[in-house]
Ligand binder design. Structure first.
Ligand SMILES: Nc1ncnc2c1ncn2[C@@H]1O[C@H](COP(=O)(O)OP(=O)(O)OP(=O)(O)O)[C@@H](O)[C@H]1O
Ligand SMILES: [Mg+2]
Length: 222
């Protein structure tokens, strides 16, 4: 039986060919999907029986490959989660300003989110996740549609969240170089199974599994 144990405060790079189950793993961790077999424990507690469920969901935030923003202003998008949590307006405004500043978009607060460029939209999506100060940040190929400058910025923001707030980051990426830059540990999936997990430096320099080796060396088509 596969067993994957994720430690707090680490940045995990989740890799593997297309269809390996990376997005599925993130959706399971985020409690968007229910496992048909096996269990997911959060700090030792079975997530299927965790109550209140909302409390658990609120410890996690997710960012997708395509930025998911609703039709409203940038401010409203970033404020949304805090409003749901019932924070007073003044607090919300302060935090939104702070988080937009962090992603370099304070000047766009009043713009409609759908008028943003891809890179700007993804930065808003990240600000919207980070403002919630999640314990776990789940990222599904968050930079694969972005230009190098935005990639570097997003990577910096992810690294900062991890080092400043101790956010555990689970980053799905196809990019071996990105995983090398960011990940403390690497999880390699193949056909729905965990075939390798270990310290990034080790997995990249001397992968134990032959499929991981092929992937790391760019021999595997994905
Ligand atoms: N809810 C579901 N029920 C059953 N099968 C599913 C479900 N969601 C995805 N799958 C299948 O599970 C496999 C893994 O899909 P998943 O989207 O997790 O792959 P992935 O590793 O994220 O791939 P990619 O790199 O292309 O994004 C695929 O074969 C997919 O068709
Ligand atoms: Mg996927």
């Amino acid at each position: 039986m596969d067993r994957l144990s994720l430690s707090e405060g680490q940045i995990y790079g989740v890799m593997g060919p297309s269809g390996a189950g990376k997005s599925t793993l993130l959706r399971l961790l985020n409690l968007l999907d229910e496992p048909t077999a096996g269990r997911i424990l959060y700090r030792g507690r079975d997530t299927a029986r965790y109550r209140p469920r909302l409390e658990l969901r609120r410890r996690m935030a997710m960012v997708f490959q395509k930025p998911v923003l609703f039709d409203g202003t940038v401010f409203e998008n970033v404020a949304y989660g805090l409003r749901l949590r019932g924070l007073p307006g003044r607090e919300v405004r302060r935090k939104v300003a702070e988080n937009l500043r962090a992603v370099g978009l304070e000047h766009l607060a009043k713009e409609r989110a759908r008028t943003l460029s891809g890179g700007e939209a993804q930065r808003v999506a990240l600000a919207r996740a980070l403002i919630l100060e999640p314990d776990v940040l789940l990222l599904d190929e968050p930079t694969s549609n972005l230009d190098p400058q935005n990639v570097a910025l997003l990577e910096e923001l992810i690294r900062n969240a991890n080092s400043r707030m101790g956010t555990t980051v689970i980053l799905v990426t196809h990019n071996v170089f990105q995983a090398r830059r960011l990940a403390d540990r690497v999880v390699f999936l193949y056909e729905g199974r965990v075939v390798e997990e270990g310290a990034a430096a080790e997995v990249f320099s001397s992968p134990r599994d032959e499929r991981t080796r092929a992937f790391v060396h760019g021999d595997m088509v994905y």
